[in-house]
Write a protein that binds this ligand. Structure first.
Ligand code: SF4
Ligand code: MG
Length: 295
């Protein structure tokens, strides 16, 4: 393991052994099935010990994912998964922390948290299932919806330009950024695996169709616009990664694969260094500090 890799507690389990007993409730054809399969395979290939794994989510169809995974889990408030996961990671830096959620949850309700997860380089993996719609609440436009999207809230089409999640996270300094199509489970697995091994904030945007409420960003549409041939650029060069994404967007395409990866100190490492610098114990226990404020 090199210093840019996260320490993971390991066991040997098959992918199906990471599946909980709770039945998957997503609609047939939903892209989220591919993301779940990819996550279970990634956990198995990495050999992550479920006793040291926490899966945090907010609200939405995709935020149900932790129920289906054999791990500790927190199903939190709408948009707040990243903030809760930050607390988990700082209190227990020895755990593997994975956030799973959707485009509305992450970039609308939770949009204020995303820049800070990235710039602070919090040691976690955020898998965003981007279906360009709110699915659980039965079809409203989300921040990544195309303008021509007709939904319950926009019967004549939208008025807002969509945002691009990967460009956004690159801009705010995420230290690992990748994108995949949910139908390409092999790529989803590889990116989650690589992202979980990366020490720092890893963001993986998965283009995940919602056949029930989004009739324009279908699986066939995503399959047609993804551009897997982007890894010719230097993935440690953020400007190059942003150029690749901008050029693809200009051509109406979506770049997939690993777009950017560059290690830098994580928030828990910087905090530990600060504690040491001011003469505190490097083994400070955040739980004891919290206990001081209890009545
Ligand atoms: Fe998936 Fe859409 Fe069904 Fe939700 S409503 S489970 S996002 S297909
Ligand atoms: Mg969504």
């Amino acid at each position: 393991m090199n210093t840019a890799q996260k320490h993971l507690h390991k066991v040997e389990l098959k992918a199906k052994e990471y599946k909980s007993d709770i039945p998957v409730v997503w609609c047939g054809g939903c892209g989220h099935h591919g993301v779940l399969t990819g996550l279970l395979r990634a956990l198995s290939e990495l050999g992550v010990d479920p006793n040291y794994l926490v899966n945090v989510s907010g609200i939405g169809c995709s935020s149900r994912l932790p129920y289906f995974v054999h791990s500790y889990k927190m199903h939190t408030l709408h948009g707040r998964a990243g903030a809760v996961a930050t607390g988990v990671q700082l209190a227990r830096p020895d755990l593997a922390v994975v956030v799973t959620g959707g485009d509305g949850d992450g970039f609308s309700i939770g949009g204020g948290h995303m820049p800070h997860l990235a710039r602070k380089n919090i040691n976690m993996t955020y898998v965003l299932m981007d279906n360009h719609i709110y699915g659980l609440t039965k079809g409203q436009v989300s921040p990544s919806s195309r303008k021509e999207m007709k939904a319950y809230t926009t019967p004549y089409g939208g008025v807002d330009d969509p945002m691009d999640p990967v460009l956004y996270m690159l801009t705010y300094g995420a230290s690992y950024v990748g994108q995949a199509f949910a139908g390409n489970v092999r790529m989803v697995t590889q990116l989650i695996k690589d992202g979980m091994e990366h020490k720092g904030f890893s963001f993986i945007n998965v283009l995940s169709q919602c056949p029930t409420f989004n009739q324009i960003d279908t699986a066939a549409y995503f399959k047609g616009v993804v551009n897997d041939a982007v890894n010719e650029h230097d993935v440690t060069d953020r400007d190059a990664a942003m150029h690749v994404v901008n050029m693809a967007l200009r051509e109406g395409r979506m770049p997939t694969g690993l777009l950017y990866k560059n290690a830098r100190p994580t928030l828990d490492e910087r905090m530990a260094a600060l504690v040491e610098h001011v003469g505190g114990s490097p083994d400070y226990d955040l739980r004891k500090i919290i206990d001081l404020s209890r009545p």
